[in-house]
Ligand binder design. Structure first.
Ligand SMILES: *Cc1c(COP(=O)(O)O)cnc(C)c1O
Length: 368
């Protein structure tokens, strides 16, 4: 198969979930709990002459992956992923948001993890194929969607340390409700002083499973202190705010301007982040990508200069940040309410994604 051959063989499930089973799941999907009937797969291998090719594009029934116990991903963590959503519009059509940006980011992550480049057409077609086969799994409630998880793993059975010559790219799909469950409520955040998420020259700008593995100890620390999420700082740069374990951060200032930490090589460049920057500018707001320290956050909240703080990412869209807990110190009120700017940008973004608001930037791609 050449790079642009996007034919997917159809090995469809003979044991799809029944309508009753599906409806039971869709009544309360939560996040990441249930998976659809199929998975899209494309394999990669390097042949004897050293040429790498993608081949065997197919849909298969969802199920366990047979991996050699020596597969590189199991030992050295050579893995990357993406996170996106498919939205059912009122007329029944199904769309995804800024898929080109996710395709490009997957390939940037691939460079960092020494994995092969996946042609964008193949990426898009894998989403189309899976969503077309499993579209009955798209929940239709307010703010609900089908979460898509493309990922790439090193499958070669070899314990020497070098980039794997056999790789598998796959997509799975999971019906998604509200990420933090229930209504949009501000979340409390724990400031990690013990752990960093990323370091200069590391993998922080790549969407790689290893970054999440290393954030879990901090997440446990947060939970032990009654917080839902962790804020990571750059301790070697005046405690500059970086991001949460899986979400970028925005500050709303009293004059209406928005600030988000500049991409420093240690922050993941969120598609939601860049969309909010654009939507903010469309509104005539000043939007800055710059260094913002924990001290500026603390002082800004105390003086009233910072009026709202929120986190953003595909899974949870936009989530207001309530109180920040830094050891024994608290920043912001325990009963902080979701801010007006936060909620307004949130509903605009969700509106574009779900087809209720005009897509002025051509961000949507039709899947079905
Ligand atoms: C995926 C991710 C985000 C959010 O990116 P989106 O493209 O907006 O979903 C932010 N931070 C980290 C560490 C991530 O992995």
């Amino acid at each position: 198969m050449t790079a642009t051959d996007t034919h997917f063989a159809q090995h469809l499930s003979t044991q799809r979930a029944s309508a009753e089973q599906r409806e039971a799941v869709l009544a309360n999907p939560g996040f990441g709990n249930y998976f659809t009937d199929h998975t899209a797969i494309v394999d990669f291998s390097v042949d004897a002459s050293g040429v790498g090719v993608w081949h065997g594009a197919r849909l298969e029934p969802y199920g366990p992956i047979a991996l050699d116990p020596a597969a590189a991903v199991l030992h050295y963590g050579q893995e990357i992923f993406e996170g996106m959503k498919a939205y059912r519009h009122e007329d029944g059509s199904v769309w995804t948001f800024r898929a080109d940006a996710n395709a490009a980011r997957l390939n940037r992550s691939a460079v960092r993890l020494a994995l092969p480049q996946l042609p964008e057409e193949l990426f898009l077609e894998s989403l189309r194929q899976l969503v077309a086969a499993d579209q009955e799994w798209i929940p239709s409630g307010d703010g609900e969607s089908l979460y898509l998880r493309p990922f790439m793993i090193a499958t070669e059975a070899f314990l020497g340390v070098r980039p794997a010559r056999e790789v598998s790219y796959r997509v799975i799909a999971s019906p998604a409700g509200n990420y933090f469950g229930g209504e949009v409520k501000p979340v409390n955040i724990w400031v990690s002083r013990t752990y960093a998420r990323a370091g200069r020259g590391g993998t922080g700008a790549a969407k790689a499973g290893g970054n999440y593995a290393s954030s879990l100890a901090a997440q446990l620390e947060a939970e032990a202190h009654g917080c839902k999420q962790v804020l990571f700082l750059d301790q070697f740069n005046d405690n500059a705010v970086e991001e949460l374990g899986g979400m970028n951060v925005f500050f709303v200032f009293r004059d209406g301007s928005l600030v988000t930490p500049a991409l420093s090589g240690t922050i993941l460049e969120g598609v939601t982040r860049s969309s909010i920057i654009q939507l903010g500018r469309d509104r005539g707001l000043k939007v800055s990508e710059r260094k913002i320290t924990l001290d500026e956050w603390r002082d800004g909240v105390a003086s009233g200069d910072i009026t709202e703080v929120f986190a953003c990412g595909t899974a949870a869209v936009i989530t207001p940040i309530g109180q920040l807990r830094d050891g024994d110190e608290f920043i912001g009120a325990p009963d902080a309410q979701a801010g007006e700017v936060t909620m307004s940008i949130r509903s605009q973004l969700l509106g574009i994604q779900t087809g209720a608001v005009e897509d002025a930037h051509g961000w949507l791609t039709r899947l079905v």
